[in-house]
Design a protein around this ligand. Structure first.
Ligand code: ATP
Length: 351
């Protein structure tokens, strides 16, 4: 049986992890969870925020599902999420943003993916003080990392192969950051042109490559999000539009995410640890659940039948709207919502 590393995380993490475990068991998914710690719970029990045993297990099994983690503030710790991405070279942050029937938002037909470069740019953490009253950060963009994320995003366009239009949108601020974002933009544009002229996108007939300045992209996303297909962006721009786009389809509680490298992938809930509701049985597990569904479709698992079945049951439960959690306007507990999804698993099986 395929082993998957499971990181229960902090705050509401263990509660939403229980929901995933229960639904996967009910659907008889043939994977074996191997639990490892990270975040504050790892610091308390093992003395490290990111124990070497956790990183080693992900390297070994190549795939992990991670609940939100706490990095203690003001004690000089580096973000545990950033550390994990760096240790495992998880260079692509992937956020599918898809409208869910029953989840109230002003938008109905959103279906896009944000591919964010995860290893460099503003979040590389190369900072220093200049005397007492100024601070500097160094924003590195390389051709190598830009081409790598560009190739990943182009592959995503091909895999999605949309009926309406295949489009790669490169997001940047190259009008101001002419060298760094200029290099990001030109590297990916040249790569896409090469792919198109060589016919490397053979599965799809046509693809449009365009680019948007980050501020203009934000405006378009809140006006006509249905016109966007795959977005590729450097680290900080990608981070900001990822949360903006999650809000288009109902917020952080319902959007999935993953950090993917050449060898390993970590699927994750995109929200934080929500300490205000932790331990109360109120958390919405949908973000982690949809990430777990994405994980089942990963090349290292490839269980598309169960992915489709569980996804259909989640969507049906949301569409019905009777058994949803407080953040979605309902009054169900995490486990009542979980049980409603399980009931819908059987309903979809009976059809
Ligand atoms: P962290 O410090 O780990 O980032 P946070 O609570 O500050 O955690 P968010 O995850 O962005 O950060 O949470 C913001 C608010 O949204 C919180 O008040 C929380 O109650 C709510 N929230 C976040 N995730 C969920 C969820 N899965 N279900 C229900 N409410 C959630």
């Amino acid at each position: 049986m395929k082993k998957v590393v499971l990181i229960p995380g902090d705050g509401i993490g263990p509660e939403i992890v229980e929901s995933v475990k229960k639904i996967f068991k009910a659907a008889d998914v043939q994977i074996e969870w191997e639990e490892h710690l990270a975040g504050e719970s790892a610091l308390d029990k093992l003395g490290f925020l990111l124990p070497i045993s956790t990183v080693g297990a992900i390297r070994k099994h190549k795939i992990a599902l991670k609940a939100p983690l706490t990095t203690p503030v003001g004690k000089g710790f580096r973000s545990v999420n950033v550390q994990m991405r760096k240790e495992l070279d998880l260079f692509a942050n992937v956020r599918p943003i898809v409208s869910l029937e029953g989840v109230k938002t002003p938008f109905k037909n959103v279906d896009l993916v944000i591919v964010r470069e995860n290893t460099e740019g503003l979040y590389a953490g190369i900072e220093h003080m200049v005397g007492d009253d100024a601070a500097e950060t160094i924003r590195v963009i390389t051709r190598k990392a830009s081409e790598r994320i560009g190739r990943f995003a182009l592959k995503m366009v091909v895999e999605r192969n949309r009926i309406s239009e295949n489009r790669l949108t490169i997001v940047h601020k190259a009008n101001i950051m002419k060298l760094t974002d200029g290099l990001f933009l030109s590297s990916i544009k040249e790569l896409a042109e090469k792919y198109i002229s060589e016919g490397s996108l053979h599965r799809i007939k046509t693809m449009t490559v365009d680019d948007r300045i980050i501020d203009n992209m934000c405006m378009q996303l809140v006006q006509r999000p249905e016109t966007v297909d795959v977005i590729v962006a450097p680290n900080c721009h990608g981070d900001i539009i990822s949360d903006l786009c999650a809000a288009l389809v109902g917020g952080l509680g319902v959007a999935p995410g993953a950090n993917i490298g050449d060898d390993c992938a970590v699927y994750e809930a995109i929200h934080g640890t929500a300490p205000d509701i932790a331990g109360k049985g109120l958390a919405n597990p949908t973000s982690l659940l949809l990430s777990a569904v994405m994980m089942l479709r990963d090349k290292n698992i490839g269980d598309h039948d169960n992915a489709d079945k569980i996804e259909a049951a989640i969507k049906k439960t949301l569409r019905e709207g009777k058994m949803v959690t407080g953040d979605l306007g309902g009054s169900a507990s995490t486990m009542e919502y979980t049980d409603a999804i399980i009931a819908n698993l059987w309903a979809s099986e009976r059809r």
